[in-house]
Ligand binder design. Structure first.
Ligand code: OAA
Ligand code: MG
Length: 209
């Protein structure tokens, strides 16, 4: 079969549509700054669970990263401590990561932008991480109140981030494509001057109140 792959399709559908199609599940409920505006990515999670304020696990995870993966970096209590900068992210870029979710701080932002690797970060702060404790890689973590397991599909775009459990990807993709088709039909009507107040039956409902 040809055509765009599952990850490409999910990235194009976007976080809002996929989250809605998943039954409003999987939201990574935290403010993230998108360092490369205009990018959207989806891919299986490769996880580094760092010790507090420590980026040993980020160094450790780099040799494990496979092309197309979304690297998820977190620590027990996320704080504006720089888990990554351009040196670590160069390694992610060369490994072929689709994108990086930093549930902490990123530094060397100008150089990171030049790398062209899409990164979403909680903070931009240069405070350095220590390397005292190995932490863990390839383990489940919680980011923005949402559990992410290795291999779950993480999506990120201008709206933020969400995750789809690996076992639900096919079902959520199908529902998201259906939702996209419904939204396209609605968009065409609004572009023609109709109003959602009428199309969605809200005027009629209000008249009956
Ligand atoms: O080395 C660090 O701890 C983070 C950093 O600045 C880089 O990766 O360039
Ligand atoms: Mg640096």
């Amino acid at each position: 079969m040809s055509g765009p792959g599952v990850y490409e399709q999910l990235a194009a559908l976007g976080v809002a549509t996929v989250y809605e199609a998943a039954g409003r599940r999987g939201l990574i409920d935290v403010d993230l700054e998108q360092l490369l505006p205009g990018t959207s990515v989806a891919g299986p999670a490769r996880i580094a669970a760092c010790a507090q304020d420590d980026n040993w696990a980020v160094h450790k995870v780099m040799p494990a990263v496979r092309p197309g993966e979304v690297l998820v970096l977190t620590m027990p209590e996320p704080r504006p401590v720089a888990l990554v900068g351009d040196l670590l992210l160069t390694q992610a870029r060369v490994a072929g990561a689709a994108g990086v979710l930093v549930d902490a701080s990123t530094r060397d932002v100008a150089d990171v932008r030049d790398l062209g690797l899409p990164v979403w970060t909680r903070w931009r702060r240069v405070r350095g991480a220590v390397k005292d404790t190995p932490g863990e890689i390839d383990v489940p973590v919680t980011v923005g109140g949402q559990r992410i397991e290795p291999g779950d599909v993480v999506l990120m775009d201008a709206d933020g981030a969400c995750v789809v459990p690996a076992a639900r990807v096919a079902q959520v993709l199908e529902a998201a494509l259906a939702r996209q088709a419904r939204e396209a039909a609605a968009r065409a009507r609004y572009a023609d001057g109709e109003f959602s107040y009428d199309v969605n039956g809200l005027r009629e409902r209000e008249d009956r109140l």
